[in-house]
Structure formats: C-alpha cells, structure tokens
Design a protein around this ligand. Structure first.
Ligand SMILES: Nc1ncnc2c1ncn2[C@@H]1O[C@H](COP(=O)(O)OP(=O)(O)OP(=O)(O)O)[C@@H](O)[C@H]1O
Ligand SMILES: [Mg+2]
Length: 510
C-alpha cells in the first residue's frame, strides 16, 4: 500500500472483450490544479484503442480537470467516492476525520481496490500490473464496515478486507464480491439505519423490473445474522471482461458542486446524441423519473445515473440505487430536476406537466405514470415476496415509502380535457379514475362501526385500489396519517358488497 505521494499515476484499461488490462495513459499531478491526463503513445497506436470517456477524445493533448474536479470526469467515475475515501483516509492516512479534499487524489487512486466501476484501474507502473484485489469473505467485509460506521479501530486482519469496498462509488457501506456465480456489488445495512434499507432497496428493484425498467439481478444473502443485498455487476462481462461506464455527471460535464445545474431532460439530450437507440431514451428516462417519484427515491443525483460507453456511444445502464427514503411529510423533492425550468417536486401531477420537456404528449406521460402506479399496486405482494419484506414492512412501506399520497396528490390518471387514456394493459377495462368513490362517506362510516378490518386487509379482501387507500388515509378526515396505514381500521359495513363506489371495481377485476 502506498502512502507516499507519487506525482504520477498510470491508467490501465480492459480493451473490449479482453480479460487483461493494458496501459492507456498517465495522470500527472499539477498540485492545486489536480491530475491532468495524457494518453500514452502505445495506446493511441493500438488497434482497438478507445477514448476513455466523452470528455477524453483520443489524441495527444493533456486533459485538465474541469470545474471543481481533481481529475477528468471519466477517470473520477472509477475513483473512490465518499465511502471509499473514508476507508482509505482511515486505513492509509490514519486519520478518519481528515477532510479527503486535503489529501492528494493519487493516494485514493493507488490505494483503492482494483475491482472498480467500469474498465479502468490505476497503477504505480506503466509496465507491471499488480492487482489490489484479494478475495475476502462477506462476513469480514461486513464486520469491517460495521466497525468503521461505529467509529472503531479496524484490527489489521480486517483492514485488507475493508479496502474491497473502496473502489466503488456511493456513500453507503459496500463491497465488491466474486462468487462462483459471477460478480456482485454487496450493500450492507448499518446500525444507524432507521428503517430496513436493504429490503426497501430490494423492493425498489423488484418493482422496477415489473414496471419494465431494466435492473440488475439481485439476491438477498444472510451474513452475521443480517441480510445483505447483492446486485449483479452490470459492468462485468463473461470470463473477466469489463465494460466501460461513465456517470451522469461525466455525461453532462458537471462536477459535485455544479451537478444541480443538470437535470433529467439534459441527460436525455446528451445520451440521445450518442445513442444507437435514440428514439427510446426520452421515454425510458421519463419512466425512471416517474418510478423514482413513486418509490420516494429522492437521492437520484447524477452519480446515480450512468451509461455504458464504448468509445463512441452512450447507452443507459440498468437502473441502480433504487432506494426509497423516508421524508417527514408528504411533500418531497427529487435531487435531480425533471423539468427544464428546474421542477423537482415529487409529484405525478407536476411531472406530467413537463411531458413536453421530453418530447412526450401529456397523454403518453400519463400512460407511463399510470403504468408505474398500477404495476406497483398490482404486483405489490409478489414483489414483496421476492424482496423478502417482513409482514410489518409490507404494510408500513405502502403509502409511505412507496406511493406516498403526496406523490398522488392532485394527479388525475386521465386528462379531464383530453381523450381517454389507456391504463395498465394487463387489466383491460379497469379505470384508474377514482372520481366516483366517496371517501368522505367511507371515513364517516368508519367512525361508528365495531366490525372492522385493517386497511391492508381491506385492500386484499375487498379489492380496494392502492390509490383508494392512499386517498382514504392521506386525505380522509379521520385524522389518520398514511404512516398509520397498517393501523387504520375500516368498517366492514362500508365495504359490504365490495367497494361499489370505488370506480365500480370488484376483487374479480384484480
Ligand atoms: N449493479 C451494479 N453494477 C455495477 N456498478 C454498480 C451497480 N450498482 C451500483 N453500481 C456503481 O456503484 C456505485 C455505488 O452504488 P450505489 O449508488 O448503489 O451506492 P450508495 O452508496 O447507495 O450510493 P449513494 O451515495 O448514492 O447513496 C454507483 O454509483 C455505481 O457507479
Ligand atoms: Mg448511489
């Protein structure tokens, strides 16, 4: 491990389809001006050489970091982020409280694990490649992460294991794992979590796949009595090949201090320009926005979006970090603006209003949003089985982390001024329009009854739609909050014969 500050770091890359890395270029420190990158002559002359990112076209010039970056963006994408920097600051620099910005960036590059995002690695030599990639057991990795989070000293036997997590971005404790079944990103829970983040993220992935969003395969495995989420690495190919990836930050040429200037529509524009499937990109990204709103994934910053890069083209990677996050009230905002004017309210009504920013009609935008809502409602139980949600989380997550009433507020599945909108294709004939359902009567009836069922059971037994429940609990006059969804009691008298007012839907429809 190197604590000395070398002024030079060699960048190695895995050429397409190859299983061994080759030297590509060099990063040279220019002090406060950061690390400048230059391609090596051997790489420029090599058949099959490719530009490392859209910001680093092949050529002989020196590339400087832009904005607040300490190295060019597509190199930074492969460098440790907050979690990795914390481990290295602790383990190598010996002071976990030190501001990482006061440490030379080459220290992070040369001390992080070699199994990093995309197809790059960093070395002290241009001739000898030495992998910093020892295998470690999941339990060791988790134990190391626990100790770091608890602010405790890592025993030497765990220190090497801890460095496994350093090469991937993000703030949460994680590690790269290789099993007989391929390569995975492992995400750990922490003692500071206030809700079950691991199963909530698993639920995010399970629902996204049902909605039709491309997501990595995931597994939940037990380690030291806790579940760990394993997501299959999308940047790894067969037999040890690696696939280059660049982050949304790099695609938009932004840095950590300016990324809020970007937004989903700019991401659409930038990827479309370089995509081989430009026609799909606007709908795919709009769908991801709608889904992030639906699952209260408010941490949808530009490092949580990425594209494969083959030297010329950008194609969206599968969606990742689909992590619902609690907010105290019903209002919330997306980290990344979804409207060209900076709109970011976590609201379906508001996102449909900016459909034109994606070149979509209002009708098409509503179809996409309706499909997201319907699919979450319709496939909740099977997705919860797959994500191994506890009974308690099954009810508490509904309407809180997923389809919070704040997101539904003011949203109408059909445009009152427009032609009819098709809803979920798998349930022909069912309308999402709940306009005829008398929530006030429902709540009033609830007050005097002794024969009650829970709101969750009402959904199961009587076929109440998810939006009905959200509306009952979120906007009813009983004083109940959606947080209490599992607790809310509903009189069976109000449900007798099925929710006849509920847009005419019956359990048989569902
Ligand atoms: N399945 C995957 N395959 C390859 N790379 C991935 C995968 N999932 C995530 N990544 C990469 O790892 C990084 C960290 O993952 P992730 O965003 O899930 O972690 P996090 O710590 O929860 O992030 P944040 O700080 O945004 O909360 C991502 O920015 C992405 O570059
Ligand atoms: Mg992330």
């Amino acid at each position: 491990m190197s604590t000395s500050t070398s002024d030079v770091v060699y960048v190695w890359a895995w050429p397409s389809g190859e299983t061994e890395p080759v030297p590509v270029g060099v990063l040279r420190s220019r002090g406060d001006d950061g690390l400048w990158f230059t391609y090596g002559r051997r790489w420029l002359e090599r058949a099959g050489s490719f530009a490392l990112g859209p910001d680093l076209p092949l050529g002989t010039r020196d590339f400087e970091p832009h904005g607040d970056l300490r190295m060019p963006g597509s190199i930074r994408d492969a460098a440790p982020d907050s979690w990795g920097q914390l481990l290295i600051t602790d383990r190598i620099v010996g002071d976990r409280n030190r501001d990482p910005n006061t440490i030379d960036p080459q220290v992070f590059l040369l001390n992080s694990g070699s199994n990093r995002l995309g197809a790059l690695d960093f070395q002290a030599s241009a001739d000898d490649y030495v992998s910093r990639d020892d295998d470690a057991a999941l339990a060791q990795l988790q134990e190391a992460a626990d100790l770091i989070i608890a602010g405790e000293v890592l025993p030497p036997q765990l220190a090497a294991a801890a460095l496994h997590g350093t090469s991937m971005g993000g703030a949460r404790p994680k590690a790269t794992i290789r099993t007989s079944d391929g390569e995975w990103l492992a995400k750990f829970s922490t003692s500071r979590d206030t809700y079950d983040v691991i199963h909530a993220e698993a639920m995010g992935i399970a629902l996204a796949r049902r909605v039709g969003i491309d997501v990595p395969e995931f597994k939940l495995v037990a380690s030291m009595g806790r579940d760990v989420l394993l997501a299959r690495r999308f940047d790894r190919g067969a037999g040890g090949t690696r696939r280059p990836v660049v982050s949304g930050l790099t695609i938009l040429a932004l840095d950590e201090s300016t990324w809020r200037d970007g937004g989903y529509p700019s991401l659409v524009d930038a990827i479309r320009l370089r995509s081989e499937r430009p026609g799909e990109i606007a709908e795919r990204i709009f769908q991801r926005v709608a889904f992030n709103i639906a699952i209260r994934n408010n941490d949808d910053h530009l490092r949580n979006h990425a594209a494969f890069w083959d030297g010329q083209h950008l194609e969206l990677t599968p969606a990742y970090d689909l992590s619902p996050a609690p907010t105290s009230g019903e209002t919330a905002g997306q980290a990344l603006a979804y409207g060209r004017e900076g709109q970011r309210n976590s609201s379906f009504r508001d996102v449909v209003a900016v459909a034109a920013d994606y070149g979509l009609s209002n009708r098409r935008a509503r179809e996409i949003v309706n499909h997201v809502i319907d699919t979450i409602a319709d496939t909740w139980n099977e997705a919860a089985d797959e994500a191994e949600l506890s009974r308690r989380d099954r009810s508490s997550f509904q309407g809180w982390l997923f389809l919070n009433p704040g997101t539904l507020d003011g949203y109408t599945p059909v445009d009152p001024a427009g032609p009819p909108v098709k809803t979920s294709g798998n349930r022909p004939g069912r309308s999402l329009d709940r306009g005829r359902f008398d929530f006030r009567r429902f709540i009033d009836d609830a007050a005097g009854s002794s024969d009650e069922v829970s709101a969750i059971d009402a959904r199961e037994q009587y076929g109440l739609g998810f939006q009905d429940l959200a509306a009952i609990v979120g906007r009813g006059e009983s004083g109940a909050r959606l947080d209490d969804l599992g607790e809310l009691r509903i009189p069976t008298s109000a449900l007798a014969g099925g929710p006849t007012g509920a847009a005419g839907s019956t359990p048989a429809d569902r």
